[in-house]
Design a protein around this ligand. Structure first.
Ligand code: G3P
Ligand code: CA
Length: 328
């Protein structure tokens, strides 16, 4: 089952396929998720969850889908192109919350970063946008086939933004998971979000493992900005802050910089005490994101490696594994 105790069954370090095998297939497609498992990922981040206008959950990196689908090739949707302010940032394009599921199902996924992954454009148009329900059914099938529970690790995207639109993500995730329960057992699903209040809300709704994502130390979670909570991520990773997180979550997902900061030249410096402090607070720690697509990676990590070959990238990150992280 996928209860919180199930976390103990995960290997250390756990390899999490970020948006599927996104270096090799357009991300957040069943094709990308499948390949991640076939390449040896223990878990798949499937997906980033965003809602449709009629309240379904679909897997896309962001609600804006101009760069991840062929929506621009559909003249019937030209009028839906618009500019919105998303977590304080103006974004122009097409948004999942303005489409019904039936409309989104007419679109096909395309490669998001073709300049980095030209080979992935071969698969443009092959897969549709998966729903959370479809992913859970795929997961069941994979677990059956592999004879072990295959975990997934969806992220709730922009929960405060969607709550204000009347599209609360937490209730919808809980409802889908409840409907999917078998023999009273939870699906093996870890839920993550950059907004601590979203994780707190989930804590009252589901018994799945929960992970608080943490961006740069000087940043503030968007729910804090909206509610006027002055704390930054630096405040959340103090011993006190971590103890508080441990009262409603099982883990944290920090950006790599919070574990091994870099100097002004982009070179890695000494690790912080975050891994130790998180473990002392009883939290597991799954940092993001170990990929060469990340423009912030130091150049010496990129040299000589296929920009998206996971094996090479994992090799280059021995340093991070040595810090004692639980997965990546
Ligand atoms: O697990 C967190 C990771 O997914 C970072 O966020 O922007 O890639 O969804 P993003
Ligand atoms: Ca994510």
């Amino acid at each position: 089952g996928g209860g919180r105790g199930g976390l103990k069954s995960l290997p250390v370090p756990t390899i999490i396929g970020h948006r599927g095998a996104s270096g090799y297939r357009p991300e957040h497609t069943l094709g990308a998720y499948q390949l991640a498992l076939d390449m040896g990922a223990d878990i798949v981040e499937a997906g980033d969850l965003v809602p449709t206008r009629d309240g379904h959950l679909v897997c896309r990196h962001e609600p804006e889908i101009g760069g991840t689908t062929d929506v621009a090739d559909h003249p019937e949707f030209a009028g839906r192109r618009t500019t919105k302010t998303l977590d304080g940032v103006p974004v122009t394009g097409w948004f999942t919350e303005d489409f019904t599921l039936a409309e989104l199902k007419r679109l096909r996924a395309v490669e998001r970063i073709p300049q980095n992954r030209p080979h992935n454009t071969l698969y443009n148009g092959r897969w549709e946008i998966p729903t959370f329900e479809e992913v859970l059914r795929w997961q069941d099938e994979q677990s059956r086939r592999r004879g072990r529970p295959v975990w997934i690790y969806p992220e709730l995207k922009h929960p405060t933004y969607f709550r204000k639109l009347g599209l609360g993500l937490e209730e919808r995730v809980a409802k889908v998971l409840r409907r999917h329960r078998k023999d009273g057992r939870n699906a093996p699903v870890i839920l993550q979000s950059f907004e601590p209040t979203s994780i707190q809300r989930l804590n009252g709704l589901v018994d799945n493992p929960l992970v608080v994502l943490l961006d740069a130390a000087d940043s503030r979670p968007w729910d804090f900005v909206e509610s006027g909570d002055p704390r930054t991520v630096a405040d959340l990773i103090t011993r006190e802050g971590l103890k508080e997180i441990a009262s409603y979550a099982q883990g944290i997902g920090p950006t790599l910089d919070l574990i091994i900061p870099r100097d002004a030249n982009g070179r890695l410096t000494e690790p912080t005490t975050l891994v130790r402090d998180a473990h002392r607070a009883g939290l597991i720690l799954h940092p993001y994101t170990l990929r060469n697509e990340n423009p912030f990676l130091p150049a010496d990590f990129r040299k000589g490696t296929d920009p998206d070959a996971y094996g090479d990238v994992f090799g280059a990150y021995r340093t991070y594994f040595a810090t004692g992280i639980d997965g990546v």
